[in-house]
Structure formats: C-alpha cells, structure tokens
Design a protein around this ligand. Structure first.
Ligand code: ADP
Length: 308
C-alpha cells in the first residue's frame, strides 16, 4: 500500500492523551481511493485518527503514509493535498459564501484572480450553493454550512478529503443531499468519512472499518461483511421483561423497540431454536456483531473460505 500513489496506509498508530486516555491502540488500516467509512460510537477514537491524518496532531508511535508522503514528517506537502472538514465547521457569519470562499482560495495560494473566480464558481455550483452565494453565512442552515465546508475543503483539488461526522445534526433532506455530494467526490481521491451512523456507510462507502475504544474491530467491504453474516443472524419479537433471559442464553447483538414490543437480533452460526427466525443481515447487524465481539476477522475469514 505504501507504494500506491493514491492510497493511504496507517501502521500501528497509537495515541494517549495527557489525561491518560488511550484514544488509539496500534491502529493499522489500508485505505484505497474511493469512499472509506470509519464507523464507531462516540469516544471510539475517530476524531483522533482524523486529526492525525489531517496533520493537526501527532501519534505517539506508528506511521501514516499518503501514497509516498509521510504524514508525520512531511506535513507541509501533505497539507497541500489535503482537504479537511472538521466536526464543527466555524464560519464568519457576516461574510457571504462567495466572499469567504474567495478568501480561503487566496489562503490556499490561488492568487490569480481569473483562476480563482473560475475555481470558486465551479465549487459553488458543485456544492449546490450557487444560488445562495450572495447570502450571509450566518443565515445558512446546518446542511448549507456543511456543503460550504466541503467547497472550502475541496479548494486545491485534494487527494485526501477527510470529513468528520458530517451528517450529525442534519435533517433527512439535507443529509441525502450532502451524501450525494460526497459520493461524487470519491472517484479519484481518498475520501474518509468518519461517522457513528451506519446508514452513512452502507449508502456510500466501498470500504470501511469499525473502531471502538481505540481498537479496529473489523476492516471490510460492506457488501462482503454483510454476506459473511448470511445464515448467522436471527430475530424474535419479544417483550422487554424477557430480554435478560434471552441475553443469558443467546448472543444478543441488538434489541430495539418496534411498535411497543422489542425486536431482538441474535448472532448464532446455527438455528438458535426458541422461536427465532432467520433474517437477511444488513450493515447494522455487522456493526452490532462486531461491537459485541461476535463478528471478528476470524468470522470474516471463515465466511470467505466457505464462499470459495
Ligand atoms: P470520537 O471522534 O470517536 O468520538 P475521539 O477521538 O474524539 O472519539 O475521542 C477518543 C477518546 O479520547 C475519548 O475518550 C475522548 O474523551 C478522548 N479525547 C479526545 N480528545 C482529547 C483531548 N484533547 N484530551 C484528552 N482526551 C481526549
């Protein structure tokens, strides 16, 4: 991977904060061009990894390469080819979208006025903000601000685009529009989407990893990971009081309310009996199986061997 001109290679990266929290434990990932989803709950270590990739902080140990570029030791060169949309994208509320994008373009080194105008116009079109370009950013909705953030992050045609929890707080329409925008970007560059929302990954990403408490639990292609669970996920509609007994007897991966009852999914390589019925697994089952320790790289390998 280190020799791939476009991919990202992360090797044994660890990070402990001054307060003693070990945010990353020996994280290794190979990220090819395209959309990559980093999925995990709050506090899993996603932002720590994203900030490290964005050259904003250094790991205690380990290496990160973007193609041939060493992210820790060649920060300036990486920054030239990096777009980063942080969780909280602050804007100057009194500036218009057009003015602020022009300003960031100057900072990015686009000093030629004609080139700059052409670039910013194309980005405002691409992010669907052209009609709103004269409006002040203070009046923008959450989704519009996020799309503006993407326009800023895309200045200079980055090879690596990092978006950290972009859909949190967006309403459903804004979310779909935002995800569509991202999906157009993943063709020639590496786009890393960090999120705790499984649907963001299932709808967009060709590759993914699941992270929890600083450990990578699973690295997979979503389609393959879902296929690996075929025949292993079972469901039962039950009542909340029955849940503890089910949890004692089975590997319950999720339990959610459904019209006042509780829908339980369990992981089991064989039919668990007990009134369970088989389910077509989806990426949520992959996520919950990994989070509960049922779906490990060994499960993945076993499924591959069966498929062959
Ligand atoms: P995520 O983005 O998945 O929510 P983070 O990378 O923000 O996870 O956090 C991982 C862990 O590191 C959490 O326990 C968090 O409280 C802790 N953490 C994050 N940033 C800092 C910091 N600057 N100082 C101390 N602890 C931090």
């Amino acid at each position: 991977m280190r020799n791939s001109p476009l991919g990202l290679s992360i090797r044994n990266v660890s990070k402990q904060y001054a307060n003693g929290v070990q945010a990353l434990h020996q994280v290794s990932l190979d990220i090819p061009p395209g959309m990559f989803g980093l999925l995990g709950p709050n506090g899993a270590g996603k932002s720590t990894l994203m900030r490290t990739l964005a050259t904003l902080q250094e790991p205690d140990e380990g290496q990160l390469f973007l193609g041939e570029l060493d992210i820790v030791h060649q920060k300036e060169a990486v920054r030239e080819t990096l777009g980063y949309l942080p969780q909280e994208f602050g804007v100057y509320p009194k500036a218009s979208a057009e003015e602020l994008l022009d300003y960031f373009a100057v900072l990015k080194g686009l000093t030629n006025r004609a080139v700059r105008r052409e670039t910013t116009e194309a980005l405002l079109q691409q992010t669907n903000l052209w009609d709103k370009r004269k409006q002040k950013l203070g009046g923008f909705s959450g989704g519009m601000k996020q799309r503006f953030g993407v326009a800023v992050a895309l200045l200079g045609n980055p090879r690596l685009l990092i978006v950290d929890e972009p859909t949190a707080g967006l309403d459903p329409t804004e979310r779909v529009r935002f995800l569509n925008l991202l999906s157009e970007l993943g063709e020639s560059s590496v786009v890393i989407l960090s999120t705790h929302i499984v649907e963001d990954v299932s709808e967009l990403c060709t590759h993914m990893a699941i992270i929890n408490q600083g450990h990578i639990l699973l690295e997979a292609q979503p389609v393959e990971a879902v296929a690996a669970l075929t025949g292993r996920i079972w469901r039962k509609l039950t009542d909340k009081p029955s849940l503890p007994a089910l949890e004692r007897e089975h590997q319950v991966i999720s339990a959610k309310l459904l019209s006042g009852r509780t829908l339980v999914h369990v992981y089991s390589p064989d039919h668990p009996g007990n009134g369970f019925e088989p389910v077509e697994p989806d990426l949520k089952d992959v996520y919950f199986s990994a989070m509960t320790g049922c779906f490990t790289p060994a499960t993945q390998q076993a499924a591959k061997e069966v498929a062959v």
